[in-house]
Write a protein that binds this ligand. Structure first.
Ligand SMILES: *[C@@H]1O[C@H](CO)[C@@H](O)[C@H](O)[C@H]1NC(C)=O
Ligand SMILES: *[C@@H]1O[C@H](CO)[C@@H](O)[C@H](O)[C@H]1NC(C)=O
Ligand SMILES: [Zn+2]
Length: 292
């Protein structure tokens, strides 16, 4: 009799311990996907004519009062690393970054993976057909979506030649840029037929590298649409095509033409997993009681 009670107590304790551990792991980072490159001095990229991110120690050490204290300072283009382009980046009267509402910058995630098409063609321009193919598999791009294009280019970060093409450091305007992107037609189709809130891509520009007319910037950032756009998005291979909520949170720089952005996704249903686990724990508990 005593052995049975001890056995029941042991199993009950184990089940609850497992449930608590599972809960802990869910809350930490399993269900949050970071889509941001780390900002640092070397091993990161910006548009070649823009100022790179530069951080240095302001103070580090003991104060006269004997207290340890550290502070860094940084200087950077708004457009280095993972960042948002605000409408005023291309349109003088366009919205600056501090006026874009938080509500605009949070939305259901839609991630279109075109990396198989860009693999052998770094100049690939994504078509309306590619978007419709994705919708045939995953459903219509939801209204208010944060739409991200996975070109596979984030895997090349931070290799300058792989990510940007041939950069002429003496005259950046003579560079031969090569990376893929959305076609102007597809951008126009998106604003005409869908209602996305934010657009983003894992390349240094939302227009493909060979572009000299920048139709995607003009369409998305233009006064009729004002769709804030993200460049140098990281880690897209970790993203499911749907079923996430994406947060694109730039520094609130007054009159900023863009800003470094912490971009991340929360997987839908993280709480539901906990409930399912709780239910399973209850079933196991009842079953073990019956067996004994
Ligand atoms: C970075 O900033 C520091 C401190 O202002 C400066 O001394 C240094 O020259 C800068 N480096 C570059 C590469 O701009
Ligand atoms: C979508 O947008 C294009 C213009 O980009 C337009 O010609 C077309 O009629 C729209 N509707 C559909 C269903 O494609
Ligand atoms: Zn930019």
């Amino acid at each position: 009799m005593a052995a049975v009670i001890i056995g029941r107590l042991l199993i009950t304790t184990l089940v609850f311990a497992a449930a608590i551990l599972d809960r802990g792991s869910c809350e930490v980072d399993e269900d949050v996907i970071d889509l941001t490159h780390t900002y640092l001095n070397d091993d990161m990229l910006a548009w070649p004519t823009d100022l790179a991110f530069n951080i240095s120690v302001g103070f580090k050490g003991k104060t006269p009062g004997g207290i340890y204290y550290a502070e860094n300072r940084f200087c950077t283009s708004e457009h280095a690393g993972t960042h948002m382009d605000a409408p005023t980046h291309f349109f003088e009267d366009g919205k600056p970054v501090h006026q874009i509402s938080l509500k605009t910058m949070i939305g259901p995630g839609a991630v279109i993976d075109v990396s198989s098409k860009t693999k052998d063609n770094p100049d690939y321009e994504v078509t309306v057909e590619d978007i419709l193919d994705w919708e045939a598999d995953y459903g219509r791009i939801p209204d208010g979506a944060v739409l991200l294009l996975n070109t596979g280019w984030h895997r090349r970060w931070p290799s300058e030649v792989d990510y940007l093409g041939m950069v002429d450091s003496n005259d950046p305007f003579k560079s031969k840029f090569r990376w893929p992107g959305l076609s102007g037609d597809a951008a126009q189709w998106l604003v005409d037929n869908r209602s996305i809130s934010v657009y983003g891509v894992d390349c240094v520009s939302i227009d493909y590298g060979a572009s000299s007319t920048f139709p995607v910037h003009k369409i998305f950032l233009g006064p009729e649409n004002e769709i804030p756009s993200l460049e140098n998005v990281a880690n897209l291979d970790a993203m499911p095509p749907t079923g996430t909520r994406i947060y694109a949170i730039p520094m609130k720089i007054r009159d900023g033409t863009g800003a470094p952005t912490r971009l991340f996704a929360v997987v839908n249903g993280a709480q539901r997993h906990l409930h399912v686990f709780g239910l399973m724990a209850a079933v196991v508990l009842i079953a073990t009681h019956c067996l004994f």
